[in-house]
Design a protein. Structure first.
Length: 268
């Protein structure tokens, strides 16, 4: 269950009355979404044979602007994109703020590696609604499991409430945590972010190595490497990144076995 506020600045030269939102969690809802068609085209039938409860979906219950409910609808043929009609148009260099209430049923991870695993862990990516970019034309695309959501850099503030017994891992900075007898609440913050990955594990799969430039948080199988070897390798990686791409802008770099399995690097 998600309550969300989006504030988006219109950096174009046009007044915006209609906006579009990426609701990629709803890409799993039917057997006719672009994601379902892409999976079928790869001759994988798990998705089409799956039960509805395993595929997942997203249900938006309300969107408000200035405390007034506004109209919205999914695009025909692209139910993971929402078309929203603002009550008040947004002029150039002004911002709109909308509040959303919705429910996400997380899919089984067997389809795209993101979702609920057989062990009851949560691999989450593109799990909440994000604004589409407008720069004179709209840029919105359906989820087809290419991990390529095009969204503006954002300041992100999350307050995650989950049952006790789970470890939360994210690339965002942990601001505060507190818990009671049944649940734990974690507050996260990040600036200039586009990454939405978040992991909830019954037993954390992630290991942390502190480098000179940033902290490496990884769940990639390390083949039993000694700690000193991991540190040396991490230093080589961080120096390579800084030399070839510039200073990494965040405190943590998150590397996951899920991403590695999607694009493995094979040794000699």
């Amino acid at each position: 269950k998600i309550s969300q506020v989006i504030t988006y600045k219109n950096t174009s030269q046009d007044a915006l009355k209609t906006i579009y939102l990426n609701n990629w969690a709803n890409a799993y809802a039917t057997k006719k979404t672009p994601l379902a068609i892409r999976i079928a085209n790869e001759f994988i039938n798990d998705f089409h044979l799956a039960k509805n409860k395993d595929r997942g979906y997203s249900v938006v219950t309300s969107i408000h602007q200035n405390n007034l409910e506004i109209d919205y609808e999914p695009l025909k043929g692209q139910i993971d994109i929402l078309k929203v009609e603002l009550n008040t148009p947004v002029k150039p260099n002004e911002s709109y703020t909308i509040k959303l209430e919705y429910i996400v049923k997380v899919p089984n991870s067997k389809f795209t590696s993101y979702g609920i695993t057989n062990d009851g862990n949560f691999n989450l990516r593109y799990w909440y609604i994000t604004p589409a970019i407008y720069d004179g034309e709209w840029h919105y695309y359906s989820n087809v499991d290419l991990d390529d959501l095009y969204i503006p850099k954002s300041e992100i503030n999350l307050e995650i409430e989950h049952p006790n017994g789970y470890a939360l891992t994210s690339e965002l900075d942990v601001i505060e945590t507190f818990q009671d007898d049944k649940k734990q609440t974690v507050k996260l913050h990040g600036e200039n972010r586009v990454n939405t990955k978040l992991f909830l594990d019954k037993q954390s799969r992630f290991k942390t190595i502190q480098g000179d430039d940033f902290t490496l948080v990884s769940s990639i199988n390390d083949e039993g490497l000694e700690v000193i070897d991991k540190v040396l390798i991490t230093e080589k990686v961080s120096k390579f990144i800084n030399k070839n791409f510039g200073q990494y802008p965040h405190k943590k770099l998150l590397l996951t076995q899920v991403d590695y399995n999607k694009n493995p690097i094979y040794g000699l």
